[in-house]
Design a binder for this molecule. Structure first.
Ligand code: CA
Length: 220
């Protein structure tokens, strides 16, 4: 899952990025409204965390432009404390949730998980596919209750497949959702991650759909 973080305060931006990466997300950073608008408009991010007070273009305008262009990813806005009118303006502009600064990283992660889960039509924080379970709160996967040892990229690939299980996911989709924009992307590495995941999962769970991509499905 790939998250766009828009925050012009460098220390907070870094804390957000570190916390999100530690939780298993790929992170793109923007420190002004112009770049934020462009990235959210052109990159397939799974959610955005958007500060409202930004240089270049304010967060409300960025959000309105995304929504007007049909960009539907969940957006969590960061507001200053005790500014109820910002929250109202943000929600009216198409925000899905808000958090007032200062906030605890744990609360931000919980709200983000809920937004991504709802966007994918999942009701629970634990996703399951046959014997495979993914606890998005702990960034942990288990098979029949046994924890899998996964690298951060293996986790990202598996999490994306779990959020889209029983659907065909193309290699391009995977590359775009497991790497941030500035990462040196090599689609061959996706095959490597898939091969490693196959060794860790029950046989047959990750099907190759020739010419189209991969599908995660419960073993028959
Ligand atoms: Ca700001």
């Amino acid at each position: 899952m790939r998250i766009l973080v828009v925050e012009d305060e460098p220390t907070l931006a870094r804390q957000l990025a570190d916390g999100l990466v530690a939780a298993g997300y790929a992170v793109d950073l923007a420190d002004n409204g112009i770049d934020a608008h462009f990235m959210g408009d052109t990159e397939p991010v799974d959610a955005a965390i958007l500060d409202l007070g930004l240089p270049g273009m304010d967060g409300i305008t960025v959000l309105k432009k995304w929504r007007a262009a049909g960009r539907a990813m969940p957006v969590l806005i960061l507001t200053a404390r005790d500014t109820w009118h910002e929250k109202v303006a943000g929600i009216d502009a198409g925000a899905d949730d808000y958090l007032a600064k200062p906030f605890h990283m744990e609360e931000l992660l919980a709200r983000l998980r809920a937004l991504i889960r709802r966007a994918g039509g999942h009701a629970s924080a634990e996703l399951s596919c046959g014997p495979l379970k993914l606890d998005t709160r702990a960034s942990r996967a288990t098979v029949d209750g046994q924890a899998l040892t996964l690298t951060s990229h293996e986790y990202r690939v598996l999490a994306y497949l779990m959020h889209h299980h029983d659907e065909v996911v193309s290699r391009t989709d995977l590359v775009e959702h497991i790497y941030a924009q500035d990462f040196d992307r090599d689609s061959n590495t996706v095959e490597v991650f898939i091969a490693r995941l196959r060794k860790k999962l029950p046989p047959g769970m990750i099907e190759t759909v020739r010419g189209l991509g991969y599908r995660l499905a419960s073993p028959q």
